[in-house]
Design a protein around this ligand. Structure first.
Ligand code: IPE
Ligand code: IPE
Ligand code: MG
Length: 259
């Protein structure tokens, strides 16, 4: 029997709703979910993989342009070595298991973050997955791993400074567009909708440049319990927001006589 709230039904449910082009998610609350179920933290991380599958499929069915998922932050190395090991292992095995299906679904995979401290075998897998799916025209799935917004901006500053030292750019010409161009995925539109599961209300160093004008949505639902139904709720909330980008809605201008 098909799940009435599954990824397959989401397009019907959201027909006529204004969709975000790009959704960015902090998948948080795995550890507390496990604790609540009397299980070790790694059980929460494993349960989170099911949620990833369901949300990626739902975003693909909705025809969204991009989904960015925060899988491991540059600060997550502060966790116990055993937990870091489980997270890295889970990342590798999930990629191995899911890559073929994602490719069939037309997903284009990209990874952002500092790859240099990752195991060489994992680095190779990331390169291979990007190469395999580079020509796909479906959902752009960005996985942020060993990623931090400050790391990304420092790397962009280094790139621009090096170009200036080589005489390729004039320091006076470094504007917002130049910084954007030096970030990890310069061609990708900024996230319209940011979701954080697990109840915390902070950015935790995720996409701090790109989220400047995103609509923020926080839910207490822990990541392992998140799925197509919760994604639909977040998108419905997003569609009710009025995005002004610092301007004024024309309807308000009319009512105020334009002054
Ligand atoms: C998110 O869940 C997964 C990662 C950070 C990799 P947590 O592991 O942070 O779960 P909580 O916040 O401790 O419940
Ligand atoms: C953010 O969650 C990182 C990921 C979900 C990958 P954390 O659980 O690490 O964030 P803090 O420590 O609560 O800010
Ligand atoms: Mg957490």
């Amino acid at each position: 029997m098909s799940d009435p709230d599954g990824p397959g039904q989401i397009a019907d449910r959201l027909a006529g709703v204004a969709l975000p082009r790009h959704v960015a998610i902090i998948m948080d609350g795995n550890g507390r979910w496990a604790q609540r179920h009397g299980r070790p933290r790694h059980a929460g991380h494993r349960a989170g993989v099911t949620a990833v599958r369901s949300v990626v499929e739902a975003c693909g069915r909705l025809g969204l342009e991009a989904l960015t998922l925060f899988a491991f932050s540059s600060e997550n190395w502060r966790r116990p070595a055993g937990e870091v090991r489980v997270l890295m292992e889970l990342f590798r095995t999930t990629l191995d298991q899911e890559l073929h299906r994602l490719h069939e679904q037309g997903v284009r995979l990209r990874f952002i973050g500092d790859r240099t401290p990752l195991e060489p075998a994992l680095q190779r897998r990331l390169d291979d997955a990007e190469a395999l799916t580079a020509g796909n025209g479906g959902l752009e799935l960005v996985i942020a791993t060993n990623y931090g917004g400050r790391w990304e901006m420092a790397a962009a500053a280094r790139r621009l400074a090096a170009a200036a030292a080589r005489g390729e750019i004039d320091p006076e010409a470094i504007d917002e567009q130049a910084i954007q161009g030096a970030l990890c995925l310069p061609g990708l539109c900024d996230p319209d909708l940011f979701i954080r599961t697990g109840g915390e209300q902070r950015l935790s160093n995720f996409l701090i440049w790109q989220l400047a004008y995103a609509e923020l949505y926080f839910t207490d639902t822990p990541w392992p319990d998140f799925g197509a139904e919760q994604l639909a709720r977040a998108i419905e909330a997003y569609s009710g927001r009025e995005r002004r980008f610092g301007g004024v809605q024309p309807s308000v201008l009319g009512a105020a006589g334009g002054a």
